[in-house]
Structure formats: C-alpha cells, structure tokens
Ligand binder design. Structure first.
Ligand SMILES: Nc1ncnc2c1ncn2[C@@H]1O[C@H](COP(=O)(O)OP(=O)(O)OP(=O)(O)O)[C@@H](O)[C@H]1O
Ligand SMILES: [Mg+2]
Length: 302
C-alpha cells in the first residue's frame, strides 16, 4: 500500500545560476551549475519520500544515460519505480533552466520527447488501486484519464498540479479532489486575477479543497467552509525552481496526516520556502525534522 502514487513527466534538469538575466547575443559565465532529476510530479514524490511517506512513480524514461540517472535517483530516495516504463525508442526529457541570481526567478526550456509519453496500456493498475493519493500533472492526457477512472473506482483521492491549461483540462478538473493551480492558471484558464473567485470556480467544478499558489506572495485555499491565506515565508531565495512541485508534495503530506487546512498550508509553504534557499528543484528538499525546526524558529521570531 502506498501513501501516494504519481504520474507525470520526468526530466533531467540542467541549471545555471546567472549573475543577471542575459540579453540576446550576450555571452556570460554561470555563477553555479547543477545537474539534477526534475519534473513536477517526480519532485513532489521525492518531497513526500523525504518527509517519510511511501511513494511510487509511474512514467516513461528513455533507455539512455539520463534515464538511468533518473531511476538511480528515485531508488536512492526510496521511491518505488516498478511501474516505470523504460522505452528503448525514446530519449529522456531534458530541461534547461536559467536562474537570475538577483531575484531567484527562472526560465525553463523543456526539450520534450514526444515519444516519451505514457500510454493507457502502460499504466500499472496495481499501483493506482493501492494508494491513498494519486498525484497528476495532467500532461499525458490519455493515461491521466485512464488512471483517474481506475483511482475513482478504488476510492483513491486525486491531486492535480495544474501549472498551465492542457488537453481535456475541463474534464480532468471535474474529476480531481484537490486541484492545486498556479497563479497563471488562475488568470489564463479560470479567467480571473481574483484568487477567491478562481477558488470558487474550482470548488464548483467539484474540488474538496482548491488551492492557488502565487509564488512569493503566498497561497490561497478554499474548502466548503471558506478561504484561507498563507503568506510565503521570507527566506534568502537562491532559486525558485520546483517550489510549486515541493509545495504539492508537502501539501499531500499534510492531507495524509489529516491536518486542518491552515496547518497543511503553513507546512507546505515552509517546505517550499526551504527548497528556495538552494539551487535546483531537488537538492534543497528538506526532511521532516528540518521543516519542523524551520517552523519552530519562525514561531520563536514572531
Ligand atoms: N520566493 C519565494 N519565497 C518563499 N516561498 C516561495 C517563493 N516562491 C514560491 N514560494 C512558495 O512555494 C509556493 C509555490 O510556488 P509557486 O506559486 O511559484 O509555484 P508554481 O507556480 O507551481 O511554480 P513552479 O512550478 O515553477 O515551481 C508558494 O505558494 C510559496 O509558498
Ligand atoms: Mg508548478
């Protein structure tokens, strides 16, 4: 039995920390470079695993060095990979990320291999029906819909990381229990800059709890009882890559503990803030002890 099974694209991340954002035709040196595994759902699963949850990843990697590296990282973190498909005919996705040292903001270019897409017939039913939560990024549409159907039948609750609107998103949103969407998704898809209005739309589509994350401005969530706001923690930001992914993982951890919504949001914001103090989506993900110490130190300073 797993606490959370995740389906979504994985990639390896090439990260360059830059003293300033480059102009066209500019040549410059990186302040720091890092190579790590990445992808929204994989990063969320590694967050959950470091916090102590039992997780499994389902997805496709190529039969190449990047794929081998990805699987080795999962194994080191105790994420189950028995549902992963290694496809001899595709290349593992790569993301090239530039981070502006002055703001910690980043630009991500994904070299997505269109053949590295999970198909419904490649889904591991055994994993999907033996987990408490299913976490999705909504990208691999056909496999996502098939997984949702299986999960629903088995009474598994579903979390969605909606960064941008993707194919059949309306249908997917009507089926998930916990949509956690980005500020840009709220603006571009829900067509509102008013977060409370966006949350209300998500709850009307069937969400038990809906969340909008707004980067350094914090996050808003709504359930049937009302709206909760959690400010972001003030930290020395190095790189915000993966902040949302880590927030999702930590939010699911809070759901697994049956915490009240404000406690879940505070915990998720703290876990994401700690990540932001490090380069890359993975290296800075804390364990449970570190998050608790961080929260304690913030309370003492209040
Ligand atoms: N600069 C920051 N300082 C502190 N916390 C941050 C910062 N940026 C993000 N966070 C925390 O992480 C959460 C999620 O971040 P954000 O809204 O940027 O996710 P996202 O839009 O999914 O981005 P991505 O997927 O690129 O990480 C925020 O609600 C906040 O709690
Ligand atoms: Mg995101």
């Amino acid at each position: 039995m797993f606490d959370c099974v995740g389906i979504g694209i994985c990639a390896v991340d090439y990260l360059c920390l830059l003293s300033h954002y480059p102009a066209l035709d500019e040549k410059m040196d990186a302040e720091q470079f890092s190579y790590q595994g990445g992808g929204p759902v994989p990063n969320a699963l590694i967050t959950l695993a470091r916090l102590g949850a039992k997780t499994a990843y389902i997805g496709v990697v190529g039969d190449d060095e990047h794929g081998k590296f990805t699987l080795e990282e999962f194994e080191q973190e105790w994420v189950d990979i028995s549902g992963v498909v290694v496809d001899k005919n595709c290349q593992t996705n790569q993301a090239f990320i530039w981070i502006d040292q002055q703001t910690g903001k980043k630009t991500v270019v994904l070299n997505k291999n269109s053949t590295a897409e999970l198909m419904p017939n490649e889904l591991s039913n055994r994993h999907i029906t033996s987990t408490r939560y299913l976490h999705l990024d909504g990208r691999e549409t056909e496999a996502t819909i098939a997984a949702i159907e299986l999960a629903k039948e088995a009474g598994v609750e579903i979390v969605l990381d909606a960064g941008s609107p993707r194919k059949r998103i309306e249908e997917i949103l009507s089926l998930v229990d916990y949509p956690i969407v980005s500020e840009s998704f709220c603006r571009n898809y829900l067509k509102t800059s008013n977060y409370e209005e966006g949350l209300e739309k998500l709850v009307l589509k069937g969400a038990s709890i809906a969340v909008v994350t707004c980067g350094a401005k914090g996050c808003y969530a709504a359930d049937s009882t009302g709206v909760v706001f959690q400010p972001a923690f003030n930290v020395n930001v190095v790189d915000t890559t993966g902040a949302g992914d880590v927030y999702h993982g930590a939010f699911i951890y809070g759901l697994l503990q049956n915490w009240e919504l404000p406690q879940i949001m505070k915990f998720a914001a703290a876990t994401a803030a700690i990540k932001c103090m490090h380069l890359g989506g993975r290296n800075g993900i804390p364990d449970l002890n570190k998050v608790n110490q961080f929260l304690l130190s913030k309370e003492e300073n209040q």
